[in-house]
Design a protein around this ligand. Sequence first.
Ligand code: TRP
Length: 329
Amino acid sequence: MSTWDNLRPVKTSLTGIKPTHLPHLGNYLGAIRPALSLVEEYRTLYFIADYHALTSVREAAALRGYIRDVAATWLACGLDPDRTLLYRQSDVPQVFELTWVLSCLLATGQLERGHAYKDAVARGEAPSAGLFNYPVLMAADILLYDTDVVPVGKDQKQHLELTRDVAQRLNHVYGEGTLVVPEALISEAPLVPGTDGEKMSKSRGNGIPLFAPPKKLRKVIMGIKTTSETLEDPKAAEGSTVYELYALVAPDRAPEMKKQLEAGGYGWGHAKQDLYEAIEAELGPKREAYLDIRADEPRLDAILHAGADRARAIADHTMARVRHAVGIE
Ligand code: TRP
């Protein structure tokens, strides 16, 4: 028996990662690093939400690549597949059975209030039924595995409320205890600024790549926007992108940088060089691991399939319970 099975009585934590882009430093500091620290406390399931990505990625080759980029990134950052179930959402088709059952219990009005859907309508777009139903698939992702807690960012809070609502409704209609009602573990994850000082995001194009070659990484860091004091001037550390990033990457050494900036005689160029070195120290070894794992797709796919085998076993249990409860079996 592997470590994961031995953790059984412990609470289960599950989260989904949408493979829509190559992960950047913001994903690492805001999601990957905190999620990996939960392994000590919870029985963890992390999955690649590839069917969710279809609401935005329309290029098959790109999606195929992102799925493996994301999986390899998490593995390179320290996810141990013996301790954490890592799998692809699409490898567990039971999730669609549960999606249907849940959708029969949800009012369309509740889905119409969904942030992503409402925003798309407000922008004058014609959102797909996929975007409309996105939260139902997400609820099924969670409820299929008897999840106790879901570590997510604030932007996912509404989805978690809907998940709890529909689980409670199903239990109320078909029998208490049929589904575990999960709780959101809203991360206090820091806002990670991008090169322009705004929140780092793929769509803004202000990302710091996670595993770019050192030369490229340095170039991006040297391009971070700063104020234009002279080298001698004292500088405000708080609120500056370079310092904020440094404080996230190397919290132990942040007070030192702060002192130097505030004293003057230490330029933004120096601070950027220190930031670059701190990032390189943390991510350099992980880059090596990433390139290694990413290059061996058969091995990567084997890890994902092994995770999916075990995920399907849990899913079968839940679906048997749900089918029986609703009268299908
Ligand atoms: N919607 C989440 C996001 O955009 C991704 C996701 C899909 C998810 N299914 C999930 C997160 C289940 C937590 C649990 O980030």
